[in-house]
Design a protein around this ligand. Structure first.
Ligand code: SAM
Length: 242
């Protein structure tokens, strides 16, 4: 299946939320060209009673409802049974490891991913253990459902797939790719509201421009994200990167 598209299989209670923004621009065009494929699975279709119940109250009390493990596992197992390739199972959750550009790159290098979108207070812990599901967070805040987190992850992955952005160089220079934030960007007009584009960018001296951009990258990473700066300088000292 060398030519099969990168496949996103999304398990959700709201299939109509997809492709949403990924139906437009780069991701939309890439999907039309079959660089990636999207399949949605309605979790409610795996409910076991006539009321199509997918959730229940948490044991031990507390607010909200929890997605049932039997319903979710049935949806996951069905998706896996019908798939031609085994894909990583991912549950977006604020409790997960932070989604990084490194993990995005790894996912883009694979065949696809199964994304399990939580709702309510989340999913029963046992299904995460039993199906060996990776938990990833898109940030330290709480969304109302996993669908927007899945869209964030897919957007980040799809733009790295070969043939999507048209410029591998542009992806390589972006924030996080070298463990640093990107340098500032400027375009026409040269003068805007009394603000001048830095002279070096108009000099035509490519080596000077490269050095200026590198210095700006380092400065903004140091000032804005000391955590990234420490990791970047630490990993360079250890002879590793990324
Ligand atoms: N009770 C959960 C907690 O405190 O961790 C939050 C549940 S949230 C209201 C419902 C769903 O949204 C979660 O199951 C998860 O799939 C998704 N979600 C919310 N915030 C997220 C984040 N920062 N990253 C990834 N997924 C998130």
């Amino acid at each position: 299946m060398a030519d099969a598209p990168w496949t996103a299989r999304v398990l959700t209670l709201y299939p109509e939320m997809f492709p949403g923004p990924l139906g437009h621009s780069l991701a939309g065009a890439a999907r039309a060209r079959a660089i990636w494929a999207l399949e949605t699975v309605d979790i409610r279709g795996f409910a076991r009673d006539k009321h199509a119940t997918v959730d229940d109250a948490p044991f031990g009390g507390g607010p909200g409802m929890v997605l049932r493990p039997d319903v979710l596992a049935a949806a996951i197992d069905d998706a896996e049974a019908r798939a031609e390739r085994r894909l990583p199972l991912i549950y977006p959750t604020p409790r997960g490891a932070s989604l990084t550009q490194r993990r995005v790159r790894e996912l883009a290098a694979g065949d696809g991913a199964v994304l399990i979108c939580g709702r309510f207070e989340g999913v029963d812990e046992r299904v995460l253990e039993a199906r060996d599901i990776e938990e990833l967070s898109v940030g330290d805040y709480v969304l109302s459902g996993g669908e927007t987190a899945a869209l964030v992850l897919l957007d980040a992955v799809v733009r790295l797939l070969p043939g999507v952005t048209g410029s591998a160089e542009s992806a390589a220079e972006e924030s996080f790719e070298a463990g640093l934030l990107e340098y500032p960007q400027y375009t026409r007009p040269r003068m805007w509201e009394d603000r001048q584009v830095p002279d070096v960018l108009l000099s035509g001296d490519h080596e000077q421009i490269r050095r200026w951009r590198r210095a700006e990258s380092e400065r903004s990473t140091r000032e804005r994200r000391p955590d990234l700066w420490r990791a970047a300088t630490g990993s360079r000292e250890n002879g590793t990167n990324g």
